[in-house]
Design a protein around this ligand. Structure first.
Ligand code: CTP
Length: 394
């Protein structure tokens, strides 16, 4: 994966170094191209040290008259982060008057991602808004700036999107397997919370991380994703993931059943509470008034409900198990809920809930067991996507 990273003259230039680290860590060969102002703000020597590649600041420094074409030829993407109003304007107009704008102008066959960063007055200027819209109309990806306090002391929109977010967009754009391109994937995640009163709830230990990793993995492969989640997570998601926030099992059921008809694959990684308190008190219950026993009523099984009218959807279930016959239990649930794929994960020991790793086995549509063992949740998410892609692309 070869990424051309454009650094322009914004105060957020230093964040380009952080993005470089993340890309290098993900296995990318990063080739910096810096505008004159970008090189003033972020030292080319630092970028050289971080990437192992000498930053291009002037195309005439290269003995080849075709340096811009040679640079772009085998690139997976051009990423301009931070992108100033000036570079955005030039790219929108197709102007090629320095090394970076010439590389962008030559990127007709390579995806280009812009992450703007500038003062709020410049960001909001009609000319800049028009130019950013032009970039999107040209098929470029714009990772919009966020609102907050700016380097100059002003408040407002113009701050570079979080670097992790820019990284996720780049990953989505360059991910080699596009085997879920334009597919619609619904993912549920997190542990539902069943309230007793406005303060107390019955919950479980699910962190929701698996759901976020599944959503990211599907998006990287080109899918449009809706993540119905009962857990907040600070993992950044690409722009093709819509997040639907829910709290209770009933809210999750309503959201999932409403969305399900539109989706081709549904992955239920949520830890849905099997029971909820029979009574909810709108006022906080005083400790003296708390009953010794709380009556519970069962929640409906969302996955079983969707499975009963499955059609040609791909259904993936999860089964958190503690016993000795994990595979047997998983097969039982797979048959009972009409699933194509089930991920059975061992809980109760290490790794368990809330960790980055998971001890899992995956049973695929052909009945084959893949004893995955302890892997990261993002690796497991890729395996699940492999299974879904095989079924959808049959
Ligand atoms: N699930 C669901 N709705 C529920 C409960 C569970 O959709 N009310 C889904 C989970 O998201 C998961 C799968 O069903 O994908 C398995 O859930 P689990 O609680 O492990 O299985 P159960 O069928 O409830 O069986 P048991 O409690 O006997 O283990």
């Amino acid at each position: 994966m070869k990424i051309i990273l454009g650094i322009t003259g914004s105060a957020a230039a230093y964040k380009g170094a952080e993005l470089t680290r993340m890309l290098v860590h993900a296995g990318a060969s990063v080739h910096p191209v810096m505008t004159r102002a970008g090189a003033e703000l972020l030292g080319p020597k630092l970028m050289h040290a971080l990437t192992g590649n000498r930053p291009v600041t002037d195309l005439f420094d290269d003995p080849s008259p075709y340096a811009h074409i040679e640079l772009i030829e085998d690139a997976s993407a051009v990423v301009v982060a931070p992108a100033t109003a000036n570079t955005i304007a030039k790219a929108a107009a197709g102007i090629a008057d320095d090394a970076l704008s010439t590389v962008i102008a030559a990127a007709s066959r390579v995806p280009v991602v812009f992450a703007p960063a500038m003062n709020v007055r410049m960001y909001e200027h009609t000319a800049n808004a028009r130019n950013m819209a032009s970039l999107e109309a040209l098929g470029y990806v714009v990772v919009h700036a966020e609102a907050g306090s700016l380097a100059c002391g002003d408040e407002g929109r113009g701050r570079l999107a979080p670097v992790e977010y820019v990284f996720e967009e780049v990953m989505r754009v360059v991910w080699p397997a596009k085997d879920l391109a334009r597919r619609k994937v619904l993912v549920t995640g997190g542990g539902t919370r069943e309230p007793l009163d406005p303060v107390r709830y019955l919950g479980n230990r699910s962190s929701g991380k698996m759901g976020y990793d599944l959503a990211r993995a599907a998006a990287r492969r080109g899918a449009f994703v809706n993540l119905v989640t009962a857990a907040e997570n600070d993992v950044y998601l690409p722009s093709t993931v819509t997040v639907t926030r829910v709290n209770t099992a009933e809210e999750m059921r309503e959201a999932a059943l409403e969305l399900a008809p539109e989706y081709e694959a549904i992955i239920m990684s949520a830890a849905v509470a099997d029971f909820r308190p029979a009574d909810y008190s709108a006022d906080k219950v005083k400790k003296g008034d708390m009953p010794a026993e709380v009556k519970l009523v069962p929640n409906q099984d969302i996955l079983a409900e969707i499975g009963s009218a499955k059609g040609d959807k791909v259904l993936v279930g999860f089964a958190a198990e503690t016993g000795n016959d994990i595979e047997g239990e998983a097969r039982r649930k797979m048959a009972a809920k009409h699933l194509d794929v089930i991920v059975a994960n061992r809980v109760g020991g290490e790794p368990g809930f809330g960790t980055d790793t998971i001890d899992a086995l995956v049973i695929g549509s052909d009945g084959r067991v893949n004893s995955v063992g302890v892997v990261s949740k993002s690796e497991l998410a890729e395996l699940v996507m492999d299974e879904i892609a095989v079924i959808l692309n049959k």
